[in-house]
Design a protein around this ligand. Structure first.
Ligand code: GTP
Ligand code: MG
Length: 610
């Protein structure tokens, strides 16, 4: 369990809500508790093809969990977590027609079969339509809740897989970008880092295979330069998985130091796990403080009335006014509801405009490229260029959508209190990954139509025409039809027609290619647009539920406060003294609880040091 003090504090608060008969406040605490006892801290291992992601995971847990090879590529995300006995579970997620997540299908398979499901060889293109494989393994490193996720390598981080990886980021607690020491960071890697940083609290860089590339120090130096120019503050860990595995086998401490894993594991434990703990503390603290305040409200008003009966009238009036305000917040027509729905509408259109704009620019650029080349030769390059640009655009659009949604949540919270941030829910974007269905691969226009055969054929046709024409002309000049002259002329004419035809064909290819690009971009616009709308709808629903519950809680607290104060006015003198004493004792207990909650937030483990 991540933070035991937090759990026991929530339990205490839960008891209080029962004692004071406030089941509405218990609901929120139950959610908090659930979040706390789920100790998982997800670390996503991402990177381009063959950089050593799977091997890094294996070296971290000292077990051959993920298949590694020069040929065996990972095709399915593999989630590795702690369990007493080794196990492999295949998970298939799905959603209903309306986009609501359905319960995932889980099936356990023998451990040794894992490779069949997670590798490109056994499960090409994830033909089995699995969402991920979950591996349980008894390891101390994972016992604290660390969950490592191996992801399929992405051919260019801006590619389709890259987009899927991007979608998983908001749900990750940390990301390790894996890149081997063979070369410095590429532009897509730097772009990815930039986006990842905005979606995920912890991003670190791992440079692998230091045993293989003696020049790794220079690569690290260059990469540090890249990062600082890009304004990305991320730690870099040069490691060798091979050395670590060897060191573990031979119990060689100096090799272990050389492997670089001591630092990496230290980082995962001290910063990633601790950071998740810190967030747990903060959110628990906030929840318990809020609950304490709500519980205290009616006792305080009763106490004030008892201690100073003259002011009772004014106090009750004040409370009624506050209650009225809380009541307003509960209305469907409440201003915050308006802010939320207007905000989401604006967001939808801005995000959609942004996406269209980015994609249109790519389309224009692609058409330019097509214009200046023959798609017959450049098509493959063009396709990967377009796909990468498109995914990158979708990623940037996504980052922006999340940021705007968070901003909107803040605006809505402002309606509730001047310090609205304390009411903010944890904005997780839901169960489904963004861009879940892979964007359809770009359709290649038929190039074969204008293949070699066709070129020859039209060349012959032109040649034949030329032959006859010249033959006729020369015939008229009294020469026989098939003399060397007309044969040469036939070749000449033929050459010219081939050039014409080739030009026409090239133009046709260019038109087809442009069409294919446009069609692809239309598909993407549609698909990404739909995913974004679904995501925003979910955000809207989450925020609405969250704030509706808060409005209810506030209303209940204030209604009870008015009742308590009104009752207090009628109490007789002997009962009054006793009641004041009781209330003070109760309030002290609640205040103690609130103090513990505040202390929880301030207690930062010494090792972390902010
Ligand atoms: N020498 C050396 N080789 C390594 C190291 N890490 C990985 N490799 C090799 O690099 C190749 C690719 O490693 P993987 O872990 O499969 O790479 P990956 O990033 O998971 O690959 P994909 O899943 O296909 O994207 C394998 O042949 C590994 O043996 C390392 O630290 N040192
Ligand atoms: Mg792999």
């Amino acid at each position: 369990m991540a933070v035991p003090e937090a759990v026991s504090l929530v339990d205490l608060a839960l008891k209080a809500t029962t004692a004071y008969d406030r089941p509405d406040l218990a609901r929120r605490l139950h959610q908090t508790r659930q979040r706390l006892v789920d100790p998982n801290v997800r670390v996503l291992i991402v990177g381009e093809f063959k950089q050593g992601k799977s091997q890094l995971l294996n070296a971290l847990v000292n077990a051959p969990v993920c298949p590694v090879d020069d040929d065996i590529a990972t095709s399915l995300p593999t989630v590795v977590k702690h369990s007493e006995t080794a196990s492999v579970t295949l998970v298939q997620e799905s959603e209903s027609e309306s986009g609501e997540p359905l319960p995932a299908k889980r099936s356990e398979v023998p451990v040794e079969q894992l490779a069949q499901y997670v590798s490109e060889a056994g499960n090409p293109n994830n033909r089995r339509q699995l969402s991920y494989a979950e591996v349980g393994i008894p390891r101390r490193l994972l016992a604290g809740g660390l969950v490592l996720v191996d992801t399929p390598g992405v051919g260019g981080l801006g590619s389709q897989h890259g987009a899927a990886t991007m979608g998983a980021l908001p749900k990750a607690d940390a990301v390790l970008l894996v890149s081997d020491a063979a070369q410095e960071y590429t532009a897509p890697e730097l772009d990815f880092l930039e986006s990842a940083r905005q979606l995920c609290p912890n991003v670190a860089c791992v440079i692998t295979k230091t045993d293989l590339y003696p020049q790794w120090r220079r690569i690290v130096e260059i990469n540090i330069g890249h990062l600082s120019r890009a304004g990305v503050h991320a730690k870099i860990f040069p490691v060798s998985s091979t050395l670590r595995l060897h060191a573990l086998r031979t119990e060689d401490k100096s090799l272990m130091d050389e492997s670089g894993f001591v630092e990496l594991i230290g980082y995962l434990q001290r910063e990633v796990l601790a950071r998740a703990d810190e967030l747990d503390r903060k959110s628990t603290s906030q929840d318990v403080v809020t609950v304490s305040e709500q519980l205290a409200t009616n006792m305080q008003s009763e106490l004030m009335t008892l201690e100073d009966p003259e002011k009772a009238g004014a106090l009750i009036a004040q409370l009624n006014q506050a209650k009225q305000q809380a009541d307003d917040l509960r209305q469907r027509s409440a201003r915050w509801q308006q802010t939320l729905s207007d905000g989401v509408t604006d967001l939808n259109s801005d995000i959609e405009y942004d996406l269209r704009d980015r994609l249109r620019a790519i389309s224009r650029e692609a058409e330019n490229i097509v214009e200046q080349s023959d798609p017959k030769d450049t098509w493959d390059q063009l396709v990967s260029w377009v796909e990468q640009q498109v995914s990158q655009a979708a990623s940037q659009n996504f980052v922006w959508a999340i940021q705007r949604a968070q901003f909107l949540a803040g605006q809505v919270a402002d309606h509730f209190s001047s310090n609205g941030s304390s009411l903010l829910p944890n904005l997780r974007v839901g169960q489904q990954d963004f861009i879940s269905g892979d964007l359809r691969a770009m359709e290649r226009p038929e190039m074969e139509k204008y293949g070699v055969g066709a070129k020859l054929f039209s060349g012959l046709r032109g040649g034949y025409g030329g032959l006859v024409m010249v033959g006729m002309a020369t015939g008229m000049a009294g020469l026989s039809l098939l003399n060397p002259f007309s044969a040469a002329a036939g070749l000449l004419f033929g050459g010219k027609t081939v050039a014409d035809e080739m030009k026409r064909n090239k133009q046709r290819r260019q038109a087809d290619a442009k069409m294919a690009v446009r069609r692809h971009i239309d598909d993407v616009t549609f698909q990404v647009g739909k995913e974004t709308r679904d995501m925003l709808r979910q955000v809207q629903r989450n925020l609405r539920d969250h704030f509706t519950a808060i409005a209810e809680e506030m209303h209940t607290s204030l209604t009870e406060a008015v009742q308590s104060a009104s009752k207090a006015v009628k109490i007789d003198e002997s009962g009054r003294v006793q009641r004041i004493r009781d209330l003070k004792a109760e309030l002290e207990r609640i205040e103690n609880m609130a103090q513990r909650a505040r202390a929880l937030d301030n207690a930062v483990p010494a090792a972390v040091g902010r």
